[in-house]
Design a protein around this ligand. Sequence first.
Ligand code: HEC
Length: 724
Amino acid sequence: MVSAASLHAVFQQILSERFGKGVLGLALLTTLVACSGEPEQAPAVPEPETVTVEEPATRLVGAADITSAADNNAEWLTYGRTYAEDRFSPLTQVNRDTVGDLGVAWYFELDTNRGQEATPLVIDGTIYFTSAWSKAFALDARTGEEKWRFDPEVPGRYGVNACCDVVNRGMAAWGDKVFFGTIDGRLIALDRESGEVAWSAQTADPELRYTITGAPRVIDGRVIIGNGGAELGVRGYISAYDAESGEMLWRFYTVPGNPADGFEQPELEMAAQTWAGEWWELGGGGTVWDSMAYDPTLNLLYIGVGNGSPWNHEIRSDGVGDNLFLSSIVALRPDTGEYVWHFQTTPGESWDYTATQHIMLADIEIDGRMRQVLMQAPKNGFFYVIDRINGEFISGNNYVEINWASGLDPVTGRPIETEGSRYVDQPSVVIPGPLGGHNWYPMSRDPVTGYVFLPTQNTSYQYANPGTMEKQTTGWNLGLDGTPREPSNPEERARSAAMSPSSLIAWNPSTQSPAWRVDYPVLGNSGTLATAGGLVFQGSADGVFHAYGTNDGAEYWSHEVGDAILGGPVTYELDGEQYVLALAGQGGAITLSMGLFSGNGPRYLNGRLIAFKLGADMQLPAAVPTPPAPLDVTGAVTSGDPLAGALQYSNLCFVCHGPAAMSAGSIPDLRFSATLLSQDAFLSIVLDGLLEDRGMVGFSADIGAQEAEDIRAYLLQQAAAVPR
Ligand code: HEC
């Protein structure tokens, strides 16, 4: 038993480590700045200048702007730059000859070390972007100076619903507003000029475990937004809101609810025929958490639909049926939300194989014929080319090594599954694993070569069927048996381990084959940006920003930024100068759930938005690594069972703190946590939620004191094994 005073000392230490002197310093600085002015006195009114042209206060963003965004060099108006989401800029100032002169023009420091996944927008000389915990920022695009910031004050307890870090991938713009979603399921509209709330709509029941991390899109004054949560037992849908008023206009459910309650949409009756058991009790999944694209001529909105909830098809649907519209691309009418067609990439999904990955539209030549296509490289490892008029399968090929299927049916595109990959009767090491061959990291496309630049990764996972699922209240509900065990098919595990962890692949969609490839030693590299300067930009998870030749993958330039870049870089032009923006900030699903096994070292840096231009040479402040000292656990006493604790840890904790408690930094590495030394301190955090406001919720709904003590015993064991 520890005294209250020593408990207090432990927390003091945690807090000072956590908030540091930097925060105090900042507060002091703010006070000084506030005092140095003359707040009582009104500033002198300058003589008015003669006004010749009446300019509107705010440049309004309308349908014509986004529809013609491909030719707009100066700005970046929507998540994928155009409705086709090709992330190709016509700018040429930074090119293969000049890129050697590219340097840091300015950087903007964020207030958190959690993952940064946003694609910034650039409108009329201002940058708008979101950061972790759904915060919004507006910066001067010339200088990086802050114009405003907005914190939606998401309660920390919602952090546990975010499967893959409290990230946000960005905003949409329309009229004089910007729009973004929050971790607690709100869609917020801000006035672009002032950063003040224009309206806010609750798009998901806050009592259910929905989160929003994806960027909205706006079509003709309708703000379209989905959500996530299929690891935690929700039912997927996507909704449209009026950009002016925030009124909900339509909602499209991606999976059927209980047939006894009737169907919200006619096609759900058909979809329900492809399900079995009582899936609605489990949620069903099918969340639309990331990708969308729009064809204004066909007036079709394309959405990517996620995995099943729970993952295991045996548990979710008695192992029966395709489970529409899981893992599908669905085409809808953006004005009404009406269903038009679908293409399912993984029927009867059982591996977390979402089809929420980037959807890109292009007109390309296939077999001598121009086709209006839609392209996607979902998690399941196949690159698909689909006719975007009617959803017809054109072609597909695997872009990474896979073992769950031997190929696709050449007519229907349906995968030909390999035996045992469904892990019904025995566990199976499946390639790729739940992180996928490609995750949400945006692709880009070069219209000259026709290549699509695809961030890929090689992962495997041993899936095991527990037969039945005990529902967790706070933890994930995957329907998997997480007991640590030897690989069932070790040769597959070894094959996967021998592959390069990740690559940038230039994929030729006309021939369905790779044109070139750059391999990386770490997992979790950024989205890509292609430019008419003949370059493709990508950040690697080991903290380097690269530019490669679009035609051959030769590296023309690289710059150390000291932190992982995850989201898609963007480029814009201002005063005749081309800027390239990269948002750095390690985190997200790969770093959290793989920890040190992702190849990333621990980082102790706050996120930064970094602007590059030719001739600039600002030095980024060096990363100051402050690795914690190994814990002295010699005196620690525990009655817990470390083996039972390991299982609990893998059920409840590893998704944030990393496998084997080896975190890559943005969430504490528990092997170094002084809280392990005190049973009371540990239980007050792990059961009672002492750090709830900071995103560490209490788990008392799922475990009791004995289970928590087992986890502590396991963590003490891991702490003792830290090399010193
Ligand atoms: C949703 C993500 C998430 C999950 C799941 C999670 N944690 Fe945490 N945990 C956090 C975050 C974030 C912090 C840091 C909070 C802060 O900044 O003070 C944290 C902090 C802690 C701390 C304090 C560490 C320190 O030294 O400050 C302990 C102990 C802890 N977690 C234990 C656990 C255990 C045990 C589990 C599983 C039962 C678990 N956590 C599951 C996110 C998570």
